[in-house]
Every structure is written in C-alpha cells, then in structure tokens.
Design a protein around this ligand. Structure first.
Ligand code: PLP
Length: 481
C-alpha cells in the first residue's frame, strides 16, 4: 500500500490471529509519540525514555491497551467518563448532529437546537435559581469566563474596585492563565502567575491542618481564613470566592461538614459572590446532580465540564444564578466574551444523550443510595492494611494515604519521605495488575465510572488490596519501613 504519511503503517491496527484483538506495533507508536506529541502535565524527557502506554479501546469500566492488557479504570479517564466507555448512543447522537448541522456559531443573534435544548435541560437539573448557562469547551475556559463575568457584574453595579477573587491553596481550576492562577498549585505558578487580583487562602484539609482539633472545629477554622482574607483586603475589593466542593486533583480533599455552610455565611455577610467549581463533583459523582446541594452551598455560579458529556467530546460551561444573570441581562451592553465553539451543536447533542443515560439508568440515585454507600464502607476497610493510614470517600470519589508507620491518633501517622515516591511505586503496581488509581503524593485516589456495580467495586477493591500488598513487599525490601 502506498503510504501518504509516515504514520499510516505504525498506527493502524492489523487484524491478528484473534480478530477481536487487533495487533499494534507498540514500540513504533511510542517512537512516533515521543517524536511528535508533547503531552499535558508531563516530563517530556522522562516519558520519552519510558514510552507511553497506548490506550486503544474502552468498554464499560474497562480499558484495553495496545498490548491487549485489560485495565479496570478507577479514574473514569480523568474524572469524566461517568457513564462508562462504549456508549454507542452518544456516538449516534453526535453522528446524527454532524450529518444535520455540524456547526454554526451562537454569535450575532443565532442559535442552534442542541444548545437551546441543553441549556434548558441544565436549568432543569441544576439547583434552584439557575436558569441560564454560558457554554465553553472546557473547565478552564469556564473558569476564565467566571473571572470575567464576576468582574463585569461588579462593574455594572458601579464597583470597579471590586475585582479580587479568593481561591485556595492546592485547588485545581484548570490550566489557562486564569485557571492556573485560580488554582493553588505551586508548580503551576511560574511564568508570572498567579495573575494580579487572584489570592489564596489555606485549604480545608483536616489531615494537614487539623491536629488537636475535631473535624468540626477545623472546618470552622478553615472557613474563618476566608473572613480574615476579606477583612485584610477590604470587602469592597473582593469580587468572589471560588472552590471545588471536594478538591479533586489536590487529592480528594473532603472538607469537614462544618466548612461550606460557614463559607456560605461569610460570603453572604460581605456580599461576596460564590463560585462552586463542580467540574468533577457535578453530574452525579457525589450522589447528587451537583454537590452544592449536599454541602449546604448556594452558589452564584457553577463551573461544569467533564461529566456533562462523560468526556465523549469536549464541553464545559458556567451555570449562572439569578443574581448575576439578572444583572447581566437587565443592564444591557455587550459581554465581550465567548468562543467560536460556545454551544457547539455536536457537543451539546452528545451532552443531551449523556444526561438522558444518567437519568434513564438512575445513576445519581444509584450512587447516592446503593453503590456510593457500598464503596464508602468497603473502601474505608482498606485502613486495616499496614500501609494505609487513612481511607475515606464521598459518593464516587475516594482516597487513601500510604504511611510508613501507623499511630492510634490520625495526625501522628508517620509519612514516608516524599522523595521515595511511594505513591508512584504503588501506582505502578496498580497499572501492572490491571487497575488504574492515581497518586497525589502518597495519597492514592479513585473516581470510578458511575455505572460501576457493587460486584465491580468488589473486584476493584480486591485488585487494590493485592497491589497494596505488593507495594508493602517492595517498600520492605527497600528498607523503607
Ligand atoms: C479538570 C478540572 C478543571 C479544568 O477542566 P479542563 O476541561 O481540563 O480545562 C477545572 N476545575 C476542576 C475542579 C477540574 O477538575
């Protein structure tokens, strides 16, 4: 076959002896990958030495790589494949929309059917008071939109000074300039970030900061840092506070129950807008459509992305509450912001089908009433393992801490030295044994597809326990215990 590009040979799957299991030339794909593809959040040099794992197929909660290895995906891709892989009805919906109208923009007084229908659907499943939506292509763009929207809100009210946004250390809000600035990850604050007008307070991480306190006491303390910061800056300078109901990329940090109601009280007291970044928590992950409903948050704006399409195509946006929407709409004047693909008809059609699946299969209630509580009980039981100092979950996010030596009091567990990278070692065992868990330092986290059954939870936890044993043997052999 005459080849037009250097890639066509290496990347096409040849039917192998078993037609269901195509053969790939993994080494050739890896060579092309390192020759041309700069991966996100990756040490390029390190990856090129090792070679990337090549994912080729997914079905339900499982993935297959180019070498035919089957992996149970405990991370839903990257917190997004809520309805699982292999949903041909989403593909069909996207296909039909592409055939009918693949694209038209929403600028200049035009609209399209899937965007209208999705906006109306989101207003229906959102918490009370959300009747409007602004579409983007990602969570990062949605948070950029938030920054511009809250500043415009205060400008329209005549408070041009009121532009500062308060976020938290170790938060993740995306990787555009504003997203990375809102985020609280030191590694992302290079090259002049954070942008001016974005400041950070401490995170509600009981393990990190709660020594000598009950969780409830610590939750109130962590919330009080917001009030301290507002008073330090002057309330007349503060536009908004942003937070993930549960911090995801920061390591599944589940705040004490006292935290969010107190944050809400403080925002109300000073008139500060509250932005809930529900990019991970939304669309059923916590056992509600939006976690704000469960945490006692009445946000003014909700960021969404990931689960809205289960990752089948990119889509994000901002749910705009009444207070902000009324101001933007009633005052008139153009909001000079938007994207070519805002309200992309194909992405919106895929989202509508994804939401239909979540509704028809009752996945939100299933996580709330059946599989979420089941995961909580059985995941917490991993704390009896000699390496596990603490294991907790909320809905379908969970995390456990690998520790060197356990103590009767939580805050006295002895951690491993960070440079040993025990978390990465454990993660490698997980991958090698067919289960995907992510390491954030020495905290191992999961966010499984919402379709996972109790039998599959058993299967996942058995794999995890086996890999913890393997890690233990390794760590012991290294003399790190
Ligand atoms: C993933 C994520 C984002 C960024 O979304 P992208 O689609 O990657 O831009 C923002 N906020 C939170 C909480 C996220 O987890």
């Amino acid at each position: 076959m005459a080849s037009h590009s250097p890639t066509s040979g290496a990347l096409s799957a040849e039917a192998g002896p078993d037609a269901a299991q195509p053969q790939f030339d993994t080494a050739a794909i890896q060579r092309l990958d390192s020759a041309h593809y700069l991966h996100p959040f990756t040490d390029f040099h390190g990856l090129n030495e090792k070679g990337a794992r090549v994912m080729v197929r997914g079905d339900g909660i499982y993935l297959w790589d180019s070498q035919g290895k089957k992996l149970l995906d405990g991370m839903s891709g990257l917190w997004c494949v809520n309805v699982g892989y292999g949903r041909t009805s989403i593909a069909d919906a996207a296909y039909r929309q592409m055939c009918t109208l693949p694209f038209y923009n929403s600028f200049f007084s035009t609209t399209n059917l899937p965007a209208v229908q999705l906006a109306a659907k989101l207003a229906q499943i959102a918490p009370p008071g959300f009747q409007h939506v602004f579409f983007t292509n990602s969570g990062s763009e949605a948070n950029d939109t938030n920054v511009r929207m809250v500043r415009r809100y205060w400008d329209l009210l005549g408070y041009e000074e009121r532009h500062t946004i308060i976020s938290r250390r170790n938060a993740y809000h995306g990787s555009t300039m504003a997203g990375a600035s809102l985020g609280g990850m030191d590694g992302m604050h290079d090259g002049g970030l954070p942008l001016p007008g974005i400041v950070h307070i401490g995170q509600p991480n009981y393990l990190e900061g709660g020594r000598g306190m009950t969780e409830a006491e610590f939750g109130l303390l962590a919330a009080s840092w917001l009030e301290d910061k507002i008073l330090e800056l002057g309330a007349d300078k503060v536009a908004a506070f942003i937070g993930e109901p549960i911090q995801g990329a920061g390591g599944v940090v589940i705040p004490p129950a006292t935290y969010w109601p107190e944050i809400q009280r403080i925002c109300d007291k000073y008139g500060v807008l509250l932005i809930a970044d529900e990019v991970i928590c939304g669309f059923g992950r916590t056992g509600a459509w939006f976690a704000s409903e469960l945490f006692g948050i009445r946000p003014d704006l909700i960021t969404f992305a990931k689960g809205v399409t289960s990752g089948y195509v990119p889509l994000g946006g901002v749910l705009v509450g009444q207070r902000v929407a009324d101001m933007l709409i009633s005052r008139g004047g153009e909001f000079h912001h938007g994207f070519t693909y805002s309200g992309h008809p194909v992405a919106c059609a895929a989202a509508l089908e994804n939401i239909r699946i979540i509704e028809d299969e009752g996945l939100v209630a299933q996580v709330a009433n059946v599989t979420g509580p089941y995961l909580e009980r059985h995941f917490a039981a991993l704390a009896d393992h000699p390496l596990v100092g603490y294991a907790n979950s909320f809905g379908f996010v969970a995390g456990l801490n690998l520790v060197r030596r356990k103590a009767p009091v939580l805050h006295d567990h002895e951690p491993f030295a960070p440079e040993l990278e025990v978390g990465m070692l454990c993660r490698a065992h997980m991958f090698n044994n067919g289960v995907i868990m992510r390491a954030v330092g020495d905290r191992m986290i999961i966010a499984p597809p919402l379709v996972m059954t109790t039998a599959q939870i058993d299967e996942m936890l058995a794999l995890i326990r086996f890999c913890l044993d393997e890690t233990y043997v390794d760590v012991k052999a290294h003399g790190w215990l």
